[in-house]
Design a binder for this molecule. Structure first.
Ligand code: S3P
Length: 172
C-alpha cells in the first residue's frame, strides 16, 4: 500500500483515535494537522479561534496542507473542516489514499463534545450544526474510500479501514 493514508470526516468521527491505531497496525508514523498547527503557532486551537478567528485558523490549515507534501508513507488525520474549502480535497487526494470516516451525526456530536473543546460547535443551534454537516458532506464524499463507523468500536473501524485499503490497492 504505497503513499499516505489520509483520514477525513466531521468532528467526532474518530480520525485521531483510529488514525493512531491504524498507524500502529501498519507500522507507519501518525501525523495530525491540528498538532502541526499547534506546534507551529504555539497556541491551542480554541485560543487561535478566540484571538484570531476562523479565517486565520483556515490559513494555518493551508500551510499545514502544504507542509504535508513532505510526507510519504504516513497516516494523516485532518481537522474536520480542513477538506471543506476549494481545492483542499484535490490536495489531499494527491498525498495518497483519502478515507472518509462517515458516521451518524448524533453519534459524532456526542463523541466530539466528550472529546474536548470544539470551537466550531460553540454557539451553534442543532439546526446550524446540521447545516454545517450537510455543507461539508460533498467535500468528504470526494474521498477515495468511505468507511461507515456508526455503532462501531475504534478497533472495528480500523479493521474496516485496513480491509478497504487492501481491497482498493488489490484492484490497481
Ligand atoms: C474543526 C475541527 C477540529 C479542529 C478545529 C476546527 C472543524 O478538528 O480542526 O476545531 O472545523 O470541524 P477535529 O475534527 O479533530 O475535531
Amino acid at each position: 500500500m504505497p503513499g499516505n493514508v489520509v483520514l477525513v470526516g466531521f468532528m467526532g468521527a474518530g480520525k485521531s483515535a483510529c488514525g493512531r491505531l491504524l498507524a500502529r497496525r501498519l507500522g507507519r508514523c501518525f501525523v495530525e494537522t491540528d498538532d502541526m498547527i499547534v506546534g507551529r503557532d504555539g497556541r491551542a486551537i480554541p485560543e487561535i479561534f478566540r484571538q484570531a478567528g476562523e479565517e486565520a485558523f483556515r490559513r494555518l490549515e493551508t500551510e499545514a496542507v502544504e507542509a504535508l507534501a513532505l510526507k510519504s508513507d504516513d497516516v494523516i488525520a485532518t481537522g474536520g473542516g480542513l477538506p471543506c474549502r476549494e481545492g483542499r480535497m484535490e490536495a489531499l487526494r494527491a498525498l495518497g489514499t483519502v478515507v472518509w470516516l462517515r458516521g451518524d451525526l448524533d453519534e459524532l456530536l456526542g463523541r466530539a463534545r466528550r472529546g474536548g473543546h470544539r470551537p466550531m460547535l460553540d454557539d451553534r443551534t442543532p439546526v446550524e450544526i446540521d447545516a454545517l454537516y450537510r455543507a461539508r458532506e460533498p467535500y468528504y464524499a470526494q474521498a477515495h474510500l468511505t468507511v461507515d463507523t456508526a455503532g462501531l468500536t475504534i478497533d472495528q473501524v480500523v479493521h474496516r479501514i485496513v480491509a478497504a485499503l487492501r481491497e482498493a490497492h488489490a484492484r490497481v
